[in-house]
Design a protein around this ligand. Structure first.
Ligand code: NAG
Ligand code: NAG
Ligand code: NAG
Ligand code: NAG
Ligand code: NAG
Ligand code: NAG
Ligand code: NAG
Length: 435
């Protein structure tokens, strides 16, 4: 009878401790859940305690996990009822549904974490009565998602410190999460350990030039992994013997010489340093010239033109000692030559010898025979080709690769001809004569 009035009164009534009274539902069996009002009234009301003291509890704790593992964050309020939760990842609200997280009740769960799940998290709990909202936010919790270590790679360089030669041995990981403990093994025995906050560690070991110091390996280790690197022989052979230049001409399909690949070949030397000489002047190492690309023992003439035709040679010494003597090659003439083996259908390449005059008669005979052979096969191929214009499947061949690499504009129609293997045979013969 007076129910309506009572409800109105009660619903605006504030408890002494600051809680609100909220009407849960009306019906025939109403009751108060809090005894501050008359217990005999048939009204069911629920206490809404304002939210207070929200904290974020990670599981595992501390929240440091490896990729692929899961984690939980629970949002816990010291006080408060009828709470609603919002989640923040790196200060951005996580919206529902989220592609990376899922949250139910006061818990946010990630089943398989990756680096995108790392970062700072916080949660906010709120409760509302009518138009009054109470909120409480947690402190930030930083989730760390660690990467597994990749297999370490060992390599070394040599330096002189004034008293002697040392190997600067690098043990390097392509990926992984630091800190990492690196161990250096020499002939299977641990000789050095370093714990670093990087993915690479350097070790110094004395070396004697020309002497095999044994094999070195390294171990990369974290709290759950222990990985062994490749094994490398700690031997520094000085640059000795002779040097010579090999030239490979790369032709376009219409037989025009497009580029040349020069290679400086040395007898021995673990850490050679190369210089190239053109018409008796050194090609600067940092050559920004568009016609030369210099990379270790290779020199590429990207466009053959009158300015870069002439004599080329290379000089080599040990990279670790500016004192070491130079080994010098003979001059090689790079010229615009009509290629006898060139057919309009073929991508033939050939090697020029450093000094053809000095070549023994037998070699010239063999070369001539090969040339003849290639001519015949080439002719046959032309014939075959005119009969059957089908494309022969491409075989991936070193020369074709470099050709494609240097002349990207020429790839459009590259017919691989059947005489290709014979051209290779000829090259092999040439190579033999050079050693
Ligand atoms: C996350 O919480 C659920 C339910 O409480 C539990 O079963 C699971 O093991 C927790 N996962 C992690 C990674 O702690
Ligand atoms: C709390 O969340 C529930 C479920 O998402 C929703 O139905 C309800 O309206 C929310 N209450 C408030 C006060 O935001
Ligand atoms: C809550 O609502 C009442 C009436 O509906 C209004 O007078 C009051 O200003 C509102 N309070 C807030 C904080 O919006
Ligand atoms: C070894 O090489 C690395 C990389 O070049 C360099 O940072 C480091 O200082 C070198 N260590 C020694 C002892 O020379
Ligand atoms: C390099 O030397 C050759 C032979 O002496 C000569 O024909 C050519 O013009 C010279 N090239 C340059 C760019 O000086
Ligand atoms: C270079 O030669 C000088 C004199 O011969 C010698 O004192 C010096 O140690 C040498 N330096 C190296 C790096 O070998
Ligand atoms: C060597 C040779 O025969 N080259 C010819 C290739 O074809 C072009 C035109 O298609 C001729 O101009 C070349 O002489």
């Amino acid at each position: 009878m007076h129910e309506g009035l009572l409800l109105l009164l009660i619903s605006v009534l504030r408890c002494a401790d600051g809680s609100f009274l909220r009407q849960e539902h009306t019906g025939p069996s109403m009751a108060f859940s809090k005894s501050t009002a008359s217990a005999s009234l048939p009204v069911h009301l629920e206490v809404v305690i304002p939210v207070q003291g929200v904290s974020l509890i990670p599981d595992p704790n501390p929240p440091v996990i490896y990729e692929g593992a899961g984690f939980n964050l629970s949002c816990k309020a010291r006080k408060g009822t009828h709470l609603n939760y919002s989640w923040y990842h790196n200060m951005q609200e996580v919206t529902s549904p989220s592609p990376r997280h899922h949250f139910v009740g006061n818990m946010l769960t990630v089943d398989r974490a990756d680096e995108r799940h790392a970062g700072s998290y916080s949660c906010m709990a709120k409760n509302v009565i009518r138009n009054m909202t109470r909120v409480s936010s947690s402190m930030l919790v930083t989730v760390v998602v660690k990467k597994y270590l990749s297999d370490p790679r060992l390599s070394f360089t040599v330096y002189h410190d004034g008293s002697g030669y040392y190997a600067n041995i690098s043990c390097r990981l392509a990926y992984g999460s630091p800190p990492v403990t690196f161990q250096l093994l020499l002939n299977g025995k641990r000789v050095d350990v370093q714990q670093v906050n990087l993915l690479e560690a350097w070790f110094s070991q004395p070396v004697t030039i020309g002497l095999d110091m044994g094999s070195v390996q390294c171990i990369a280790e974290n709290d759950i992994q222990q990985l062994l690197s490749n094994s490398v022989n700690l031997e520094v052979a000085p640059v000795t013997g002779t040097a010579h230049v090999q030239v490979e001409y790369l032709h376009r399909l219409d037989c025009v010489q497009a580029a040349a690949l020069l290679q400086c070949v040395i007898t021995t030397g673990t850490f050679p340093f190369f210089l190239w000489i053109f018409n008796s002047s050194t090609i600067p190492l940092d050559s920004s010239s568009p016609t030369f690309i210099q990379r270790d023992q290779f020199l590429v003439l990207t466009h053959i033109n009158p300015e870069n035709l002439g004599y080329y040679s290379c000089r080599v010494r040990d990279s670790f000692s500016s004192n070491s003597s130079w080994v010098e090659s003979e001059d090689v003439l790079v010229e615009m030559s009509d290629l006898p083996t060139c057919f309009n259908t073929s991508t033939a390449t050939t090697y020029e010898l450093a000094d053809l005059e000095a070549t023994p008669v037998e070699v010239i005979a063999v070369v001539f025979c090969c040339f003849l052979f290639v001519m015949i096969v080439g002719g046959a191929c032309c014939l075959l080709r005119s009969i059957n214009l089908e494309r022969v499947p491409t075989d991936t061949n070193h020369r074709v690769h470099s050709h494609e690499h240097i002349n990207p504009e020429n790839h459009h129609t590259k017919p691989e001809t059947i005489n290709h293997p014979h051209v290779e045979e000829m090259e092999t013969l040439f190579m033999e004569t050079e050693v």
